[in-house]
Ligand binder design. Sequence first.
Ligand SMILES: [Zn+2]
Length: 226
Amino acid sequence: MQDGDWMKLKVDLHVHTKYSHDGFMEVSDVICGAKEAGLDCVAVTDHDTCEAVSDAVRVGKKAGMLVVPGIEVKSRHGDILGLGITDVVRRKMSAKDTVSKIHELGGVAVAAHPYSLVFHPTGVRGEVKSAGFDAIEVFNSRTYFSNGLAFRAAKNRGIPMVASSDAHLVGEIGNSYSVVDCKRDVSSILDEVRAGRTEVVCGLTGLGSIMSWYLQRLRRLVNPTK
Ligand SMILES: [Zn+2]
């Protein structure tokens, strides 16, 4: 198989490293975890920082794992993934302005868990329809009750769909992912996402993992050096 050939790749487009305020994974954990999960590609999308990206691309290259550089931006209306960019996008802009800025940087803007209420009460909700998103995360593994709303919003408006894990711990990587028929490179993956030629594979992250994540966050709060 040559890199220029078209093939079906399994891609998880929403994963956090320790550079996220609520993340714990080393870059190497993300790459190993993605390999163990049988993925071909993983996007590193830390909250409001691209600090892990260059390291992740380098470590991924050595391990044969494609890495999409990215970020999860906290807009005024909710969380937005910027895929294929290495620059930080300012927080607290409107969803529409955040999407425009991501486009200006050449990236793909995805509404992350748009209707979530419980673990991520930070979706863009109604803005999903009007902010000019390239794709909607119709299934987020940490969103228990509202993925159906995201799916309907995408389907009704013909907006491309992705599914992703939003992993914050190693065992969560690849719990959901998208299958993309493309060449084995980042720009081909992003082109196909923009065109909506994706299949989504959906699975929830277990409550045990979420509870363990909360405990680790609590421990960090009590002892910030850990
Ligand atoms: Zn996230």
